[in-house]
Design a protein around this ligand. Sequence first.
Ligand code: LLP
Length: 420
Amino acid sequence: MDHFSYRDGILHAEDVPLPAIAEAVGTPVYIYSRATFERHARVFREGLSGIKDKRIAFAIKSNPNLAVLNVLAREGYGADVVSGGEMARALAAGVPADGIVFSGVGKTRTELAMGLDQGIGQFNIEHEPEGAALAKIAHEKGLRAPATLRVNPDVDARTHAKISTGKAENKFGVGIDIAPEIYARLAALPGLDLRGIAVHIGSQLFDLEPMEAAFERVGSLVRDLRASGLSVTHVDLGGGLGIPYKAGEALPPSPADYGAMVARVTKDWDVHLTFEPGRVIAGNAGVLLTEVLWVKPGAAAPFVVVDAAMNDLARPAMYDAWHDFQPVRETAERMTASIVGPVCESGDTFALSRDIGVVGEGDLAVFRTAGAYGATMASTYNSRSLVPEVLVDGDKFAVVADRIAAGTIMAAERVPDWLD
Ligand code: LLP
């Protein structure tokens, strides 16, 4: 459930009519609902109520805005980070260092040292040399790095290939078959406090079965490691739960379904569990507000040219993702149109020959479910401005990320003397 709905025929975010934001901030603009973030955070936590010993670390790659992280930190969420930049954001937003989990296949030595200096809660090691490097840096600092070893369970997550991470051919983790020997070697290093295993098989998962299969494999690995005398006290089960993008589409498993599956599979594990949800918390807590610039005739259907583009919301171009399109002024009239942005390539298409509520030049509309992997993946391609973000709370709203004008970006560039 979210807090974007029509009142008196006008789409609102909580109590704020979207035209008021367009007027104050301009378009395109991302709009987040605080109440929706909080609701999702609580529903996810309640779904895991059967699991006592746990930490929930919001995957901040899905939405790293400081105000958003602040809202979630107040809900007791930690942060799953994948770079020094994300770590700095989590800390700046008030996430306690021990609630931070550092994932990612390409951590640098500088970033590992930063995590140690900050005292973060957990490093998810992706392969043996990274573990050895972390152990060495920690040892030199007189520390022991709390860590898990990420395994690749070789299961097909049944999601888009670009966001699948748990198949043998993907770059993530160590093969689960060779994990025991690597675990044993890393566990012996004095600079590491190797506590367990991490796994994450992909994103936008609509099916609990592959996750369950992966978790079962992790369960038998935990038993094997213990049988050979190694200690396992922590398991990180990653994120990945899917969300509905399309009104009327079959629903993904709920957080309660997911939590029940996890509780069943892990009941004998006797470990502390970490969860790294991103999309399920952020996705439906945001929309991208845009204005229709033109309606242009097209061969198959008219083109609705909006002022948002693939640089603002990359998901349709990158993953053929669907985002519902809704006029801000409620209408019963329908039209079939292709929705495109101003960027000069045909990939800048949000929808092809789609049945939508009628819009015309100057009308406002939103792309729904844009709170996760939206603003954070924006660029300035075609020398467009970097899209701003607004947070709504009841009848208040605030700009929580400025629009960065193309001119500001240009001001950071220079022509070297020797070209003159
Ligand atoms: N943990 C790890 C280690 C991850 O790699 C990810 C996502 C998550 C947690 C959070 O997954 P979620 O709960 O959000 O599914 N840009 C793509 C999604 C990339 C996901 C990358 N990893 C998209 O727009 O669909």
